[in-house]
Structure formats: structure tokens, C-alpha cells
Design a protein around this ligand. Structure first.
Ligand code: AMP
Ligand code: MN
Ligand code: MN
Ligand code: MN
Length: 311
């Protein structure tokens, strides 16, 4: 998806190096094979750079094990870097994702919180496989494990890839629809981190917490209002407006929500794989000029590429 001509969409605030803050090509949501993406952190960095991304964050699920490699790759390509992760949270009976950006990746509490959030995944995967075995799909646990890049981080996506390659479904979306969502045989209810804990891990490590892809949750207006107000009460400061999983109408809706709640706005493709992702790295429309980009508030946390490496 290509946006309008870049200069047409934004009203500039100016930052370092005389760059208009809205026009920086920032992609602050992407996955490597350290979680459920298919590419190495270095390959995502190279692809982001080739797509014109100037400020990048790798945001693997519940995991920051790819950060050092991602940062090095970004800097060797001349890309500015923000630390990132995407934390799984249980809120009002739904799984919500909180992206953390610009934190200190050595922070002990953040690292312990992420480890605790990852901890139940293996057992959950075994139970998912049990559910699938009951409907005649044998060996799904071992099958999914073959797709895993990080044994600590087995996800539904790895099951989906296994079931597509095994010929059970034509694509990962149909696997989710038929097997891996509530009410279907491979779905297992799971208790993730608490909203307040996830927001605190990020903010106390110096970062900003962001509500990821808000249109994806099946909340009533009341529950959605509760999510935003509780998130803010815990110290959350931003929401994804431009994400690979928002339609144009949803971009407009959540731009309005960001204004209403006084939240910073983020932009990220949620890229997982060249075969599965609809939206390419760095290709979403710019944020509207009326919103404050989250990276403007994270200036002091951006890890700048060494000048010699700048493209
Ligand atoms: P998990 O954290 O193991 O529950 O897996 C969640 C991941 O599954 C998300 O981050 C997406 O990458 C993927 N996912 C969720 N729903 C769908 C869907 N309908 N189609 C394709 N991938 C999905
Ligand atoms: Mn994912
Ligand atoms: Mn997500
Ligand atoms: Mn994601």
C-alpha cells in the first residue's frame, strides 16, 4: 500500500538534521524469526533499509533476544534504531498487544517480565496440539516446532505454517479461521501479562508503551474505552494509527481516538514474512500532520547510526 505523495500528508514539526518529523520513514513494528517472523533480524533490517526506512524497531513478541543483532545491522546500514518488543496482555477476556519502544534493553524488570510472559507458551502449544489431534491432525506439536526459530517462542503462527505446508489449509489466514481462534479445535485460552504490568515494564525501563493495532480487538465500545483509559492511567502514552492491519477507515478512526485521548501516534507495518504480510516494511501512509509521532517524544532514546554509515 503506497500513501499519498509524502509531502502532501503532513504538517511539519522540525527536528534534528532539519528533517520534518512526520516525513521520517519510521517503521516501528516488525517481527523476525526470534518470534513469529520468518526472516533473521539482519534480513529484516536489510529489507527495511531497501524500502527506505530511516528509523526502525524490531518488535518480536514477548522477546528482546534479537535486539543486539537488529541494532548492529541497522547501524551498519545507516538506519536509526529504537529498541522494541510486542507484549501479549490479557484484558477483559481478550488478548491485547502492547508494543514497547525505546526502553533500556538491559532493564532487569522488563527482562523478567518478558521471560514470565513467554514461560507458558510451550505448555500451551502442547495443549493446542492435543486439540488438533482430537480432530485428526496428528503430530502438530513436533510439526510446529520445526518452524520455530527460538524454542522459547512457539506461537500460533508456527502451527499455521505447519498446517499450510501439511496441506490442511491453503493459507495461514484460513488456518486461524478454522483451527486457531476461539471456538476452534486448536485454540487454547491463555493468561498473558496484565495490562498495568506490561505498561510499567516498558515505562520504567525508559520507554513508551503503545496500544498495537487497536482495530483488531473484538471489544464493545465500553470495553475499548476501558482499555484506553486504564492504559493511560498505568502510564501508556501512544497508539498505533498506521499499522498493516488497519483499513483506511480504521486509520481515520484511530487518528481521531489518538486526538481524543491525547495519545502519541505510531506507525508500523507489523511485517512478518514476504509471503504472508500484505503490507511491506516502510510503505504505510505518513501519520496525519495533526498527530504527534511517538518518535518525536522518543528523540532521546533513538540510537543514531554512526555518521560514517549513513546512506
Ligand atoms: P500467539 O502469540 O501465539 O497467540 O500468536 C499470535 C500471532 O498470530 C499474531 O501476532 C499474528 O502474527 C498471528 N495471527 C493472529 N491472527 C491471525 C490471522 N487471522 N491470520 C494470520 N495470522 C494471525
Ligand atoms: Mn505475530
Ligand atoms: Mn500483534
Ligand atoms: Mn506484531
Amino acid at each position: 500500500m503506497k500513501g499519498l505523495p509524502r509531502a502532501a500528508t503532513a504538517r511539519c514539526g522540525w527536528i534534528a538534521e532539519n528533517r520534518c518529523v512526520h516525513l521520517i520513514n519510521a517503521d516501528l513494528h516488525s517481527h523476525s524469526n526470534v518470534s513469529d517472523g520468518t526472516l533473521l533480524p539482519e534480513d529484516i533490517a536489510a529489507r527495511a533499509h531497501a524500502q527506505g526506512v530511516a528509523l526502525w524497531a524490531l518488535t518480536d513478541h514477548d522477546e528482546i533476544g534479537g535486539i543486539q543483532r537488529a541494532r548492529q545491522a541497522a547501524h551498519s546500514l545507516g538506519m536509526d534504531y529504537l529498541t522494541g518488543t510486542e507484549i501479549s496482555v490479557s484484558f477483559a477476556g481478550e488478548t491485547v498487544h502492547i508494543v514497547g519502544l525505546g526502553f533500556d534493553d538491559n532493564d532487569t524488570q522488563l527482562r523478567a517480565g518478558l521471560a514470565a510472559t513467554r514461560a507458558g507458551r510451550l505448555q500451551r502449544a502442547e495443549r493446542m496440539a492435543d486439540g488438533l489431534a482430537k480432530v485428526g491432525i496428528a503430530g502438530a506439536f513436533e510439526g510446529a516446532l520445526r518452524y520455530v526459530g527460538n524454542p522459547d517462542l512457539i506461537s500460533r503462527t508456527h502451527f499455521a505454517r505447519f498446517l499450510v505446508d501439511a496441506g490442511v489449509c491453503p493459507d495461514t489466514h484460513s488456518v486461524f479461521r478454522r483451527y486457531l481462534t476461539p471456538g476452534h479445535p486448536g485454540y487454547v485460552q491463555h493468561e498473558w501479562a496484565r495490562l498495568g504490568d506490561a505498561v510499567r515494564w516498558v515505562t520504567q525501563a525508559g520507554g513508551v508503551a503503545v496500544i498495537a493495532h487497536p482495530a483488531r480487538y473484538r471489544f464493545s465500545p465500553t470495553a475499548e474505552y476501558a482499555l484506553f483509559t486504564e492504559f493511560i492511567a498505568h502510564g501508556g502514552r501512544a497508539v498505533e494509527v498506521m499499522t498493516g492491519s488497519h483499513s483506511h477507515g480504521e486509520q481515520v478512526k484511530y487518528a481521531e481516538t489518538a486526538r481524543e485521548f491525547g495519545l502519541l501516534a505510531s506507525r508500523g507495518s507489523d511485517f512478518h514474512s514476504p509471503e504472508e504480510s500484505r503490507v511491506e516494511l516502510g510503505s504505510l501512509p505518513d501519520l496525519p500532520g495533526t498527530l504527534q509521532p511517538v518518535w518525536e517524544a522518543l528523540q532521546h532514546r533513538i540510537e543514531r547510526a554512526p555518521a560514517a554509515a549513513a546512506a
